[in-house]
Design a protein around this ligand. Structure first.
Ligand code: ZN
Length: 169
């Protein structure tokens, strides 16, 4: 589960990190993004954070993201051909990215819940996080591809429609 803000404060303090308004805000922003299943890049989070802290530096955002990853409160998504994105959804779930529009979906999969525990037992690691990444073609792009194929057989050289997936920025 995501931590409530006072739990996050306590965790920072317990680990010897300074509790700053910026750190709290970035964690809060990441959770807001996660709630709408959005996986922002560091640059996007920086732009979002600037609305509340006009003087915040990109380095503060990057360093806080690194800290959140280290604390197991965020994970970095490493889809090829895309910028580094962050996921604030801390419970075991799969991310599936569309190779066409780059939109990333969260998929709950109960089967993943026990894997971290088993990996910990077999490796003697303290597991901080995990990621399960899949890629494929989203329903919307499947439809677009099908339309293009149909149009292509009618007359060749048709232009593809613009992908307007929310994650395609
Ligand atoms: Zn797509």
């Amino acid at each position: 589960m995501a931590l409530a803000m006072d739990e996050f404060r306590r965790l920072l303090a317990d680990r010897g990190y300074r509790v700053t308004a910026q750190r709290l805000a970035i964690y809060e922003l990441l959770q807001e993004n996660a709630r709408r299943s959005h996986h922002p890049s560091a640059e996007e989070l920086y732009q979002q954070a600037r609305e509340r802290f006009p003087m915040i530096s990109p380095a503060t955002v990057y360093n806080t993201l690194e800290l959140l990853v280290e604390l197991g409160l965020a994970s970095q998504l490493g889809f090829p051909g895309d910028v580094q994105r962050y996921d604030g959804n801390p419970h075991a779930h799969a991310n599936v990215q569309c190779v066409d529009c780059k939109t990333i979906f969260d998929v709950d999969a109960e089967a993943l819940e026990g894997i971290g525990q088993r990996v910990a037992e077999r490796s003697d690691f303290v597991i901080l996080g995990q990621r399960f990444e899949f890629y494929g073609i989203c329903p919307r792009c499947q439809e677009r591809r099908a339309r293009e194929r149909t149009r292509g057989t009618e007359r060749s050289g048709s232009r593809s429609g613009a992908a307007d997936g929310s994650g395609a920025r």
